[in-house]
Design a protein around this ligand. Structure first.
Ligand code: 5GP
Ligand code: ZN
Length: 115
């Protein structure tokens, strides 16, 4: 997807503050964090939204979930963290390349809230 900002980040065409990278996945800090620590995990493959993932993506989606706690701990979130995947206009999705937000941390103006 040539006009997708996260594909461009995955291709190294747009810089990011990288947290993790392997052949299939990339993690980087959100440019506009909502918490003291806020990064996201994306597949390098362009999947626009969670409800467009297919059975062949099962392994990739599982890897995203298993990677989240590992990276969260590395980023100082051993006490716990939130994960969010916004899907579609009804879910407030702004960037149409699947991404899982991971955020948390301690600060005066951030409190994890109930869903
Ligand atoms: P969504 O609402 O789609 O789940 O969230 C998109 C997220 O991507 C937002 O939190 C926004 O701050 C982040 N974002 C948008 N553009 C960029 C960018 O160019 N670089 C980084 N690092 N984050 C971005
Ligand atoms: Zn993309």
């Amino acid at each position: 997807m040539s006009d997708c900002i996260f594909c461009k980040i995955a291709a190294g065409e747009i810089p990011c503050r990288k947290v993790y990278e392997d052949g299939d996945l990339l993690a980087f800090h959100d440019i506009n964090p909502v918490a003291p620590v806020h990064f996201m995990i994306i597949p390098k493959e362009h999947i626009a939204r969670l409800d467009e993932a297919h059975a062949r993506h099962e392994w990739l989606l599982g890897r995203m979930l298993l990677l989240a706690p590992m990276l969260a701990k590395e980023q100082g979130l051993g006490h716990g963290f939130r994960t969010v995947i916004n899907t579609g206009p009804g879910g407030g999705q702004e960037v149409y390349h699947l991404h899982m937000h991971i955020f948390g941390g301690e600060s005066a103006d951030y409190r994890p809230h109930r869903l």
